[in-house]
Design a protein around this ligand. Structure first.
Ligand SMILES: [Zn+2]
Length: 480
């Protein structure tokens, strides 16, 4: 028996490549990457969500998250530094930035009255960098303008009123919502604007700046519909509904943030950058807990492969993020293009996994047992694209049908400085208080992180120039 086992072992060793090659140095079977464990990565998402909740519970009940310049920012920077060090990355460091005065709403309240009834609109969340109210607050007549189309607005007098509109732009947290409704309403002299996203529940949504000159809030669907009923009921009774609001904004000076750097040296000075933004609103489980988890998972995976087998140096960046609009890390990188002189690939880890959420029955969001399809961007050669899409295929990464023309998000500024790629999810709960670890599937985290690992391993054998975008030919250049 002993001899037969020994013989079998020799045969197996002859058939299989040496174990080091199975570690992912070259394209291996999908099982090669099974040491990247989704449940393990999800504990990182939970750590980061806990950082946000700690900040919330420490005196910031309304505007909270891993917000740039705050204790939650410093907290997750320390968390990442510790991770990078314990993984054994070299040159682990913090690159500090002084922030311009930061928009920090101190407190707000919104309530409504109609026909003797009163209600608090507890889901109201001011749009980022929006204007506050005067110290005494505002007391305004409320008006419902439906979907705020031109026809909706044509016959309405909005001057000095609190204007409520409704939007089906489920993925918008932007000024472009409902094709510029905020601007149309503002142009008609509104004194306050309320955006209700028709996503079931009563979510708090954090919008990016919407460009309004008056206090502007997002509302959850339940609050929005209750308000709609109050406005309509009061209108029929002859006494309009009214809204009281107060919003105290401060610009906080002298705050700091940082890019967190870590390096895993290869055998050459060619690099692959792995980027994940550190900031996020509310628990930010997907935006960007998953991205950070994916980045840390990649660092863990490649740290276990001997340096002699990794041609390219991996550089890991926990960036400051872009939610505040100034995007310190991205701006610095854009001014220091030289860091990408020998970069084979920039991989952006951003919102890498969420469960598919389906709005149903008008009042319920159901969580599917499958992953939300991801938006995907690849900026590089056909060879790079083949490697990347092959990796997505291998691990069953769920994708949108159409690829995105641009990266946007955290690497939007630097996407053209080197070959670059990303997957990104922005589902129903994006930028809301429902974006919790509960909607993060370990399976999706594993699939995307394994796919990224395989891409890094496979491109290691491809010369830098063969990964870059095709350059415009001289004839097409002279035609311009
Ligand atoms: Zn993000």
């Amino acid at each position: 028996m002993r001899t037969r086992f020994a013989f079998a072992a020799v045969v197996i060793m002859m058939i299989l490549p040496p174990p080091t090659l199975l570690q992912g140095q070259h394209a291996g079977p999908a099982t090669t990457y099974s040491s990247i464990d989704g449940a393990h990565l999800k504990t990182y998402v939970e750590d980061l969500a806990a950082t946000s909740r700690r900040y919330r519970d420490n005196g910031h009940p309304q505007f909270w998250g891993r917000i740039i310049g705050t204790e939650a920012d410093a907290d997750n920077a320390r968390w990442l530094l510790t991770k990078f060090k314990s993984i054994g990355l070299s040159d682990v460091r913090e690159q500090p930035f002084d922030l311009p005065p930061q928009w920090m709403p101190q407190s707000w309240s919104v309530s409504a009255t109609a026909g003797g009834a009163a209600t608090t609109l507890s889901s109201a969340q001011p749009t980022y960098r929006g204007v506050g109210t005067p110290a005494g607050g505002l007391d305004l007549e409320a008006v419902d303008v439906g979907f705020a189309t031109d026809a909706d607005l044509a016959a309405q007098d909005l001057k000095g009123k609190a204007v409520f509109f409704y939007s089906t732009d489920f993925q918008s947290r932007h000024s472009t919502i409902s094709k510029g409704a905020v601007k149309r309403i503002g142009d008609k002299g509104a004194a306050a604007i309320f955006i209700t996203l028709l996503i079931p529940g009563n979510l708090r949504f954090q919008f990016y700046p919407v460009g309004a000159q008056v206090p502007t809030f997002a509302l959850g669907l339940e609050d929005g519909m209750r308000m709609r009923d109050m406005i309509a009921g009061a209108h029929h009774s002859g006494t309009p509904a009214r809204v009281k609001l107060s919003l105290d904004i401060q610009l906080t000076p002298n705050l700091k943030t940082a890019t967190i750097w870590g390096t895993l040296p290869g055998t050459t000075d060619e690099t692959v950058f792995v980027v994940a933004h550190r900031d996020g609103w509310f628990e930010g489980a997907n935006d960007n807990g998953t991205g950070i988890a994916t980045m840390v998972g990649l660092a863990e995976y490649f740290a276990k492969i001997p340096q002699a087998q990794r041609k390219r140096t991996l550089v890991f960046l926990g960036t400051t993020g872009h939610h505040d609009g100034t995007a310190e890390s991205g701006a610095w990188l854009l001014e220091h293009k030289e860091v990408f002189a020998k970069t084979a690939l920039i991989i952006n880890c951003e919102h890498t996994a969420a469960s598919l959420l389906i709005a149903s029955n008008g009042s319920v969001v159901r969580k599917a047992a499958v992953e939300s399809p991801l938006g995907w961007y690849i900026g590089g050669s056909a060879a790079l694209e083949k490697i990347v899409t092959g990796a997505y295929d291998t691990f069953g990464v769920s994708l949108m049908e159409q690829r995105s023309a641009n990266a946007a998000g955290e690497i939007g500024r630097i996407q053209n400085l080197a070959p670059s790629m990303q997957l990104i999810d922005t589902g129903l709960y994006w930028h809301s208080d429902h974006e919790t670890p509960d909607i993060i599937p370990a399976s999706g985290l594993a699939a995307v992180t394994r796919a990224y690992a395989r891409v890094i391993a496979e491109i290691d054998a491809v010369p830098l120039k063969d990964l870059q975008r095709p350059q415009p030919t001289t004839s097409s250049a002279s035609n311009r």
